[in-house]
Design a protein around this ligand. Sequence first.
Ligand code: MRU
Length: 346
Amino acid sequence: METMRWQDDCLVLLDQTLLPGEVRYIQCRDVDTVCAAIRRLAVRGAPAIGAAAAYGLALGARSLDCADSQSFLSRVREIADRLAATRPTAVNLHWALRRLLDKMTAALPATPQQLKELLLAEARAIYDEDYRANQAMGRHGAELLPEQAGVLTHCNAGALATAGFGTALGVIRAAHQQGKKIHVYADETRPLLQGARLTTWELLQEGIPVTLLTDNMAGYLMALGKVDAVIVGADRITRNGDVANKIGTYSVAVLAREHGIPFYVAAPLSTIDLSLASGQEIPIEQRAPEEVTCIGGVRVAPAGVEVWNPAFDVTPARLVTAIITERGVYRPPYTETLPALFAQDC
Ligand code: MRU
């Protein structure tokens, strides 16, 4: 199932809000449609948002009619600002836009037409690289899992959240393909149920054994000895190894520590933000109260109740056993291992 594709000068996105009930694609012919799709989580998951924003910028740039490159460049920067404002936490979005803008600046002097082609080529490269990164992450991460294991995951860090294969689910996929007997426990992931709707859907399609549980059941499951490892994705990892991921991840990490279970984070280099010293600096997205007061469009809380709805939380580095990237598995002290990872030759 393709999360997105570029087709006939149009970005086609799988509408993940409708899954698993309906498979429908959105035709994005302008930047506003891409921005709206990112905001309402039609496309979601840090790497997928990054690739969609990159294609969105290429799409917006194609509609510009500028005689000179300087005015083209400033209009493209405005479009990038609009895309960047859609979601604050996943750094892949900002990383991808920055990569396209830098590429364009480095190509000057070039004609607007040449820059348009360059932006599209770079968006395609981001998408393709993400797929390869996930496969590499899968190979590295699978080595951490025993021949037989119960693996708990939170939210959806699968093919749907990336260009394909997935980060956390990529590790699980790779281990399954190697013949390891992996049983996945998927947290439903309130409020928007990415675990219940998307993770289970992906795994069932591939015949990977999966059991769904509500978020508040994870502790008891661990106490019963059913979980050998936790693997999650990430929206942003700071220089010290703190990890922003879907709300509820921190609680899972605390539970894993209490039960002596390894807590792994699988994420590409595009999710690591060395410019931030710690997780306290990560902007955390706050979302609409209706996501909490309603389930599947049905109101479950009294009208007028005050709601707190952060979309992400931060897991401190001390709870993270290892970070799995496309370049290998990195362990504490992250203040040393993460910067060294970027210095390393590919
Ligand atoms: O709000 P979402 O659905 O975009 O949140 C997604 C997550 O938190 C994922 O775990 C994270 O982006 C990693 S996806 C490979």
